[in-house]
Design a protein around this ligand. Sequence first.
Ligand code: ADP
Length: 813
Amino acid sequence: MNTVGEPQPARNQPPAISNAEVQRALDAILRDNLRQASLGLAILFGILAVNHQQLPEPARNVMIPLAGVTTLIFLGLYLLLRRYTLPLPWVNPLAGALAALILTNTFAHIYLTSDPLQTTNFVLLVIGLGFLMLSIWWFIGSLVVTVASWIVIVQLSPPDPAWRHFGFTLLSAIFLAIIVHFARVSGLKRQERLILEEERRQESLQTTLATTEATRRGLELTVIVAQSITSILNLDVLLNVIVEQIKKHYGYYYVGIFLLADNDRYIISRAGTGEAGRHLCETGFRLRVGEEGIIGWVAKHRQPAIVNDVTQDDRYVQVNAIPETQAELVLPLEVGGTLLGVLDLQSTQPNAFADEDVAVFRSLAAQVAIAIQNASIYESERARRLLAETLYDIGMALSQTLDRGKILELILNNLNEIVPYDRGSVMLRTGLDLEIVAARGFPPGTNFQTIRISIDRENDLFWHIYNNQEPLLIPDVSEWPSWVYVDDLPRAKSWLGVPLMLADEVIGMLSLARETATPYSEDEATLASAFGGQAAVALENARLYANVTQAYEQLERLDRTKSDFINVAAHELRTPLTTLRGYSQMLLNDPQVQSNVLHHQMVEGIYEGAIRLHEIVNSMLDMARIDSSTLQLHTRPVNLRLLIEKACHTLESIFEEREQTLVVNLPELPLVEADSNELLKVFQNLITNAIKYTPDGGAVTITGRAVPANEERLETAGVEIVVSDTGIGIAPEFQELIFTKFYQTGEVAVHSSSKTKFKGGGPGLGLAIAKGIVEAHGGHLWVESPGYDEQACPGSHFHVLLPLHFSTAAQQE
Ligand code: ADP
């Protein structure tokens, strides 16, 4: 394995050519020359063998076979050299041996003939050596041997001045041979050096070209990959496209991306090619940074790592899903000095990765890292926005219901959307106990109602949350000393507890558990807290609403009891009252009573009191009937003008008594389908009130009109009657209240008992009964008054609006 730093500079300068290399090139030339020379020499010695026929005996007997054998040796050598390539170190010794063979012939020839003229053969041999030999030492060696042989011959031969002459010729030949040798060798050396240099240059050029081509192709692919990823903003899609694109273009066995997680303690497989990739991501394959795998190493050291034989690297972790890996290249994914993760390339070929690949993939990794960062930023922004929207929606949903059961269901369902959990429960606090009021994700049949959790135990989870009023995150419950595993439940791995806060009070908690290894993050805790705030408000609203409803129901029950009592009491009172009225009337007509003024006055008082009481009891019965919706209406077409005139007629004497003016100003009105007895009570009440709350000398005016459909408060056509007075008026805040039963403005104690005196008292039922009757007819009764003022007397206007046609539906309303 080697760790690669910066990419190597390109090698443009080929290394220098050494002398040994040149010498080897020369030896190679000699080897070629030897082959050609051995053929030439074979032919030459063949001719010589024939030519040696002319030699005298005994030279001829020696020279012919010698030349013959030499011919055969050369011929054999030629054939061998054609067929086999002679190893270079043998080239010079062989050349020496050949020279020795020629020398032997030359030596024998001159020795046997003792003819100085044969020195010419030595001359030729010397020049030949100068030409053929390409190694200085072998050349000198063979030269020395040749000259020495000639000197030996001269010594052995009879003296002859010609030797001297040929000695000079030989000397000249030696010089010539040396010149030839050096000229040839230096020429060849120079030429070979050039050739070698050219070869080197070519070689280096090829390598550079190949590298450049690979880099170019790599960079081109980088651009393609980069282009195809920059526009993807979904992180998961992006990561998968990256790995698939790299695999497609570069053809590696496995390409994966790992991202840092869990406070950079782990590096987790986030995308990978093929089935293996899917498997690793689904199972949450992860490595400890700096401790496990080449990937963990790169994540710690933030340098690329090339491992060209994974079996030789002890950091390599064999992954079952990717069994055929031989070589691996891992690069850090960094943006602006921040490490996001690593890019992992694996090949089934050992030595698949070269240094040049690192340069290419570094550039790719840089672009991939930027794309990942962009997508992450976009995703987290989007997630934040989505969460804000979800929280808003949840808030809306929660605020739209006051049903506790529904709210609890909404809490558990919606919470799962923003902070996923496997098991969750909502707990509400009573004193120092928590009670589970709703749960989700528990096995069917789990009985929470019986579970009570105390928050009194020091250092317990719930104790912490209650006292700190903050969420509590437990990434690994096995590390929490007091964690209690509940039997029959799948084991929780991580847990999040959130307080439900209302102002400064913890009213309950949310408990969320995950069975997977993914722990809750701080972000999720914050979210759950925000959610908890809304949930707490919704639960509190539901509680308040439930309390109000309860109180209301209680009041209603009380009211019913009271109505029942009034009903019974009124019925009970009616019989004795009738008796009282009957007897007192008889007494009034009795002559004895009539003759005594005092007695007559007393009996008259009893009789009037009985009448008044009777009226009150009747009102109470009416009210009770209206309250219990048992008012029976016997409807027929009613002429309201006649009805009102009748009501006025019964009150004529009172108007006189109070010196009030009555103006009935009614046009011809359509008939109204109604119960005339009940309506009579309505108008009697209104007119009586008008008299009562108007000072002496005031005026009461009754007007009316036909009302078309959809005007005012009626959908159908109707009639409106207005009873106006010039009385004390009614303050706006009481204009609704006066229609509730037993309601009276002012103090009861100051009321006069007379039913028609100014501000005379009554049981406070008149308007309530009138409204009940009008509404039972499907109509409306209301008052309009500028306000209450006993001095200015702004007056009041009581409006009675009745539909022309009575419908039972209206009665039931
Ligand atoms: P009461 O038996 O007290 O008359 P009502 O139900 O008839 O009971 O009236 C309720 C209250 O409405 C009265 O006590 C009075 O304060 C007020 N009220 C009724 N009619 C008039 C009116 N025409 N002008 C001023 N106040 C009125």
